[in-house]
Every structure is written in structure tokens, then in C-alpha cells.
Design a protein around this ligand. Sequence first.
Ligand code: ADP
Ligand code: ZN
Ligand code: ZN
Length: 817
Amino acid sequence: MAYFIDVILPIPLQKAFTYHITKAESDFLIPGMRVAVPFGKRKVYTAVVCSIHQNPPLIYEAKPIYQILDNHATITTKQIELFEWMAQYYVCTLGEVLRASLPSGFLIESETIIKSANKFNDLEISLTDDEFLIVEALQHQSSISIDEVVSILEKKQVLPVVNSLIEKGLVIVQEELFETYKPKLVKYVKINETYKTEAALRELLDSLTKAPKQREVVLTFFSMSARSSQAIKMETLKAEINASDSVINSLIDKEVLKVYHQKKDRVKYEGNINTEALVLEDFQQTALQEIQKSFETNSVCLVHGVTSSGKTEIYIKLIEAVIDKEQQALYLVPEIALTTQLVERLQAHFGDLVAVFHSRYSSFERMEVWNHVLQNTSKGRIIIGARSSVLLPFKNLGLVIVDEEHEQSYKQFDPAPRYHARDTAIVLAHLFTVKTLLGSATPSLESYYNARQQKYALVEINQRFNKVQMPEMELVDIKDAHKRKRMKGHFSLRLIDEINEALGNNLQVILFQNRRGYSPIVECLTCGHAPQCPNCDVSLTYHQYRNQLRCHYCGHHTAMPQQCGACGSHHLDTKGFGTEQIESEAKQLFPTAKVARMDLDTTRGKYGYQKVIGSFQDQEVDILVGTQMLTKGLDFRNVKVVGIMNADSSLNFPDFRAHERSFQLMTQVAGRAGRTDIRGKVLIQTFNPDHNILQQVSQNNYYEMFAQQMNERHNFKYPPLYRLIKITLKHKDFQKTNFAADWYATSLKQLFGDSVLGPEFPPISRIRNQYHKNILIKIGSNQSLKKTKEAIVKINNSFQSVKDFRAVKVVLNVDNY
Ligand code: ADP
Ligand code: ZN
Ligand code: ZN
């Protein structure tokens, strides 16, 4: 009797690959274990077993495996099921999913480069001869490849040795990444309890007469604590009195002052809220009960709750219930780098049960989290993570929460698997027959539509915590302001007034400008009009090389107009203005204010975001200028004014979701204002104050936005009423790209007729020396998605078999929005 295994190799193969194993191996192996296998001429890969059987492959002779790398499954059977769903739904290979999921330390292969972890001095750890040889080699050479290890050890079967060194922490896999989560600690001072009585204090001051500087510090400390009930930072105390470190240190030595550290975020609870005993308000309690009730009948519940309604607090209660049962909770967030505040909040509540998972963490850290989750240890109970954390090896999942479910960053665009983490999370929860909670102040149309269709339950929260009012919204007509010379640069006088008032009251300001460097659209500088495609309801993009305006969905085009179609003005502009310009104007207009900027440029470094967010939170910055990043769930306490510099730029973005996204973006930025007692004020500068979306934002009317946008989606055949699959062809030769795209589109059109749009060049048609051309397929509700995909795969296979097209790269993107 012969024995075989099917394995998933971490490379884009259409099918699982079969290897030969011995009887003993077949008794030992279970699905999910890793094995080292030869592949191709002389490569070694780590592969994952998906089945064990006795059927030899028909068309090739199965090679034996090199060896088994695990003594327990590294991947769970539930994961394999999920990966199969993803591969099928997103039309990609299991290998691609595997690679996206496993930290690279688990997937050593011929080409992996290893480095010393610089722990070699610690040679308490016992090493085998082989391990020693590698360790020694790494003392002479900064890095070596697995192939080199093969020649050092003079044998093929080296992966177990390397794995063992990785597990011992002596060797790491070379990667580009690295970013570790560290809660920021802040130094505070307090006075020794014994001096709290007046008599004791007087005695202390008397004893300090010979040390006038120290005496002054004590006096200052008391006057500061009289002024405010907030805890006093070391830094603030020093600044207030201009005292040297030595003066303060001698007070610390005398145990007059005490130093203590706090995680940043806890500070705001100091003295007023005790997180442990946080009690939900009535309306929050009601929402919680509604959610729990809905879970009796629905597997997914959407919470539509206005900003600052306390959704996070409700999630915490739901997580508590799961933890009590020793189950795991997955808490998905759109952008982990921006969620320091959230992580600290959850850690304050759940302590070490919280683990953070992020693809930018080192492989070693990710392997640690992986193992905790796999074994359901206490450290793997609550996973806060960005999209890739849906791919973790959950053992006993109890609940999935997808916060800010509308965020686009849940969708992976490149490389495959091009999955949407929210949708994948729902499937994951389903595999465990547990519930998914989606939360947002501005749900995506598809989720809200699903709720309306009763596919999801719906819970709405329309109040803010602590009766905080929604911010006051004002639309500022900058067309009119320009005309009447009531503008300074990009600032209307209205906005300037409000900023001055806020600054005068020691309150902060956020200025929002849409992301820079996006598609070139044309905007009239006089009236703000941007030419639209008559077929697709998106803005046309400017193509310089032909001096044309084109729709990148359907290819409709016109010559670049000389004057504005709406108002006749000749002042047409093809580019917007960026955050940098706003920052420098703000510095000039408000010379005494401290201005900072938060965008991709300023936050590139390791702790870039944390730094900017931290200094704004600590009120070291008065005016924060930023892009999209400002919208993602940040909770600031002292912001009075939010200014949206130019609402039109996001409205005119050439995408069918531009209006929906603008609504979400502006509502979310607005939500950063006035989250405490002072009511926030939001000013939206626009050329088109009558624009539906702006009216809806300023009236906080999600429902009207939803109804109107759904109508558009219906008319122009877009999601959620239709499904989209985008096919991108790439090649370095312009003609070949054209030719291939025409061939592809023609084949598709034979099957699907008018539902096929394009081929069309995207606004940026050449990227890294390759031309891109897109084909879009719209799939109506009466058409089978599965069959459509099967047909596409067939066409794709014939395409690939044409010799001429072999070098053309094809990218399939399901739900590409
Ligand atoms: P959302 O996620 O809906 O925007 P958050 O959960 O961030 O709202 O709540 C906003 C702020 O209000 C947070 O600082 C939170 O700690 C506080 N908060 C919410 N609910 C309560 C409550 N019941 N008791 C005390 N503080 C609360
Ligand atoms: Zn105009
Ligand atoms: Zn069009």
C-alpha cells in the first residue's frame, strides 16, 4: 500500500500538489502540519498538509517529502476551510492565501534569508552540532540563505535545524518591516500623602526655607493642583517653574514628591472615570440588549451608532461575556497604527488578555501571537488586529467585531488574495457558528443595504455619551467668499474667525484636506464644477498626453474643454492643493499657534502616528492639519473646531463611491469635534453648498444619503445592487497591452454582452514601467456569481495558453471597490 499527502505550497499553483510518504509518516501526519518538500529542479519549500490518502497522482510521479516539520498542526482545519472559501471566492490560489496568512518564519524555503538575532552571547542555550555550525556561520556573515545553509551542513534536509533556531530566538528571518507596539508611558508627579494636611504642609515649607528653589517647586505644585483636578505631568511642572532636574530630584530623594508612570490614554480617566467600573448609560444598555437579542436569530448585526455614542464600551461588554466562557474574540480595526488609544483602552480593561496582531510586526512577534491563538492561551484571547488577523488559527472563537466596518482599508488590493476582511470575517465567524458585530457611525452602503434586506440585524444609536451634542455644522460658500474677497489663501474669513475664537479659549482645531496626489480631475476655479461621465456618474479624469477628459470605467471621452461647461469661466485647474500648503498658510495666519501636520509624509517613521497624535492629545499642538488619517476613530478631548478645507475635491473623485465616501469622511472628521462638554463646530468650505451630500452631512442625515445613493447605484448598475469584478492586464509594451486587453474583453463580451465595460486605461495608466488596462464586469442579481467566475477562469485559461500573451500579467479582483 502506498501513502500520499496533498499539500498547499506557498506559491500560486492552481491545484494542491501530491507527495509520497511512508506508512509511519502517514500515521503521524494530520492536516495542518508543515512538511519540507522538494519542488521544481532544486527548490525546497515549507508546505502545509491538507489531506492524507492513498491515491497516487495520475500525471506525475509523486516525490517523497524531505521531512515533517511539526509535531502538532500549525494550521487548523477551520483555517483550511476558510482559505478554500477565499481562494474560490476571490479567484486566487490556496498558496497565495497561505502566504498571506503565515508569518514568514513558519515558511522557510530555499530563498529565505536568515540573520542572527544577536543573542549568540547567550550560549546557555544548548545547540546541536548542526545548529552550532549555522550560528557560527552567522558570526562571520551578517546573513545567509537557506541554500547556503545546505552547503554549510552538506545536506539537503536543513529546514528543521533552521526552524529550531528560529524557535530558540537565535535566528530571525530577514524582512523589511518592524514596528512594535509600545504603550507610551508618561511621567507624573504627586506629593507625598503626608503633606496633604495644612499643618504638615506648613511644616514642610518651613523646613525648606534654606532651599528656596525646592520650596518654590512645592508651592508651584500646590497652586497647579488647586487650578485643575488633573494629574500633573513632570514636564508641565518643570516648564511652569523652570526648575532644574537636580532641584526636583532632591525633592524626590526626600520623598516629598513622588514620580509615577501612566499609560497615556488612562490619564483622561484619572479622577473622573474608573474604567473598571464603567457603567453603560441607559441608551447604551438598550443597544447592548438589542444586539444580544438579535444574535438569537441573526448571525450578523450592524450597529449604526453616531460618533462618540460609546460603541467601544458596548463592544467591551460583549467581549467580557465571551472571555467568561474562555472563548476568543477577534476585534478588527482598519488601521492598527492609529489605534493606540483603543489598544490602551482595552488593555486597561482586559490587561494581558489583549494581543495585537499586525502584518508590519516582525515575523517573530507574529509567530508568538499565532501560537497563543492556536493554543487559546490567555494571551491569545482578545486579538486586536488589522485585516490579516482574520487569517489567524482561532481555536475557540466566540465573537468577531468589525469596527469602522465602512473603512476601505479592510480590502486588500495587492497582492492576492484580494480579500475584504469584513466579509471574510463573517465567513470565519460562520465556520465557528458564532456572531459578527459590524459597527460604524457611517455604515457602508452594502452593509446598510444588507441590514435593510434583513440579511443582517440592525441596531441604531442616535445619542452621544454624556448627552454631548452633535457638533454644529456650517457650510461656507467659498465661491461667494472668493467673489467678495473674503478669503485669505485657502481660508475663508468665517473659518479664520472661528479658529481665532477657539485658540483664544485654549481649544484645539483640526483642519482636514483630502489626500494628496490622487487622480487628476479638472475643476473650475470659479464655480467648482468638475465634468462628469454621462454613462457612469463619475468625474472624468484628465489625460495629459492626449489632452482629453476620459471616463476610466467606460472609456467615454471628450477633448479637454477651454472653459467651464457650467459657468463658462476659463479658470480650469487640474490639480488640488495639499496639506503642506494649508500648514504653511495656517502658520502665517495664526502666528502664535503651534501647527502640526499629519499625513503620509510626516508619519512615515516607526512611531510617526503615535508622535503626532500624542502631542495633539497633550495639547502641545493647537492646530492639526491632516488627511484621511484623521478620520479613523480618534478620540480627542479638547477639539472645538474642525475645518474641512475643500469638500469638493473628495466629491469629485472619479469613483462610483465618491459620494458615499465623502459623506463618511466628512461625518467622521466632524465627529472629532466637541467630544466633551463644549459643543464642537464644523465648517465645511465648498463651492457647492447646495450639493446633496453636503446638505446630508450638515444635517447628519445618513438615511437620505443612503436612499439617494442607492438610487444612483440602481440607475448606473453598481454595488451593492450589482457585483463587480475587475480584470487588469499589465505589460511593459503599450501595443501588446492593448491587444491582449481587446482579446480578453471580446471573449468576455461574447458571454456577458453589455455587462462588460472597457477595456480602458486607468487615470494612471503606466505604473513601474508597465501599462495597465482594466476591464470591468457588472453582475446583476439574476446572474450567478459562481458561474460567472467559472466562465472567467475558463477564458483566463485560454488567454494564458496563447503564446503571445504569456508575458501579460492578469489580475482578477472580485469586489474591487
Ligand atoms: P464611539 O466608539 O461610538 O465613537 P467611544 O466608545 O469612543 O464612542 O466613546 C466616546 C467616549 O465616551 C470615550 O472616551 C468613552 O470612554 C466615553 N464613554 C462612552 N460611554 C461611556 C460610559 N457609559 N461611561 C463613561 N464613559 C463613557
Ligand atoms: Zn465653472
Ligand atoms: Zn463612463
